[in-house]
Design a protein. Structure first.
Length: 251
């Protein structure tokens, strides 16, 4: 089982969009890195060949809604536009596009459920064991690469500003982060709130291999180095200890 054909079809789909738009280019590269990360995490979890293949495929499809979102709204802020996961599901279900990526219908519900849950604050409770597993893998691999890309993407591409360091971090956001909680988007007011909230995705990561990727590649320190403030230094100390503890746990 492999996803070579799915990757080819996805590339053809993405190539229809304006790659000169840096936000389109960002998501195009992100989606393939997430698929690679999902495959790596699934392998490290010693899953079956079928589960590894499915995890990679969900990684390829999880953000397919981003391209229409960006074409219409030129933002990937769901609050200012549309829920990109829901939009992606609509796109995959229209004219049965999902079957081009995965001809076997027995996997379709798992794929749809995982995509639907990849950007929720919490995973739905009414899922099967396999749906929960695949939802956790795509959530981890997505978050791992969000932490990764924040190290190098320009602030203009991410926030439509040259810099964000002059903006404050809200007390509610800082308090939530320093208590080891994922930061609810409803609390995020400024771009620096969003920046810290994105780092706080780590508090919702599920698997030891995911923590090891973040630790071994030094993602968080490089990210925080871009916004050197007193609050961010406190965040650095707290999150590095959290990652160390989690990455040293047994699977």
């Amino acid at each position: 089982m492999n996803n070579e054909n799915a990757r080819k079809i996805l590339k053809e789909y993405i190539d229809k969009y304006d790659m000169s738009n840096p936000r389109i280019a960002l998501k195009a590269s992100h989606i393939f890195r997430v698929a690679d990360a999902a495959k790596e995490i699934a392998k490290e979890l010693n899953l079956t060949e079928e589960q590894i293949w499915l995890a990679e495929l969900i990684g390829l499809l999880h953000d397919i809604g981003r391209f229409e979102q960006l074409r219409i709204y030129d933002t990937f802020n769901d609050k200012e536009s549309v829920n990109h996961a829901k939009l992606g599901i609509e796109i995959l279900q229209k004219d049965n596009l999902i079957s081009k990526f995965c001809p076997n219908e027995k996997y379709h519900d798992i794929i749809i459920k995982a995509i639907d849950n990849h950007n929720k604050f919490k995973i739905d409770e009414d899922l099967t064991d396999e749906e929960i597993l695949q939802s956790k893998i795509i959530r981890d691999s997505d978050k791992v690469d969000i932490i990764n890309l924040l190290r190098f993407e320009t602030f203009d591409t991410l926030f439509k500003k040259n810099n964000i360091i002059d903006e404050p971090i809200s007390k509610e956001v800082s308090d939530a982060f320093l208590s080891g909680k994922q930061v609810d988007r409803s609390l995020q007011v400024t771009n620096m709130d969003s920046w810290l909230g994105n780092i706080g995705y780590i508090f919702d990561i599920n698997f030891v291999p995911s923590f090891k990727i973040i630790r071994d590649k030094n993602y968080v320190n490089e990210l925080i180095d871009r916004t050197p403030t007193e609050q961010m230094e406190k965040a650095r100390v707290f999150i590095n200890q959290f990652i160390k503890n989690k990455s040293e746990q047994r699977d």
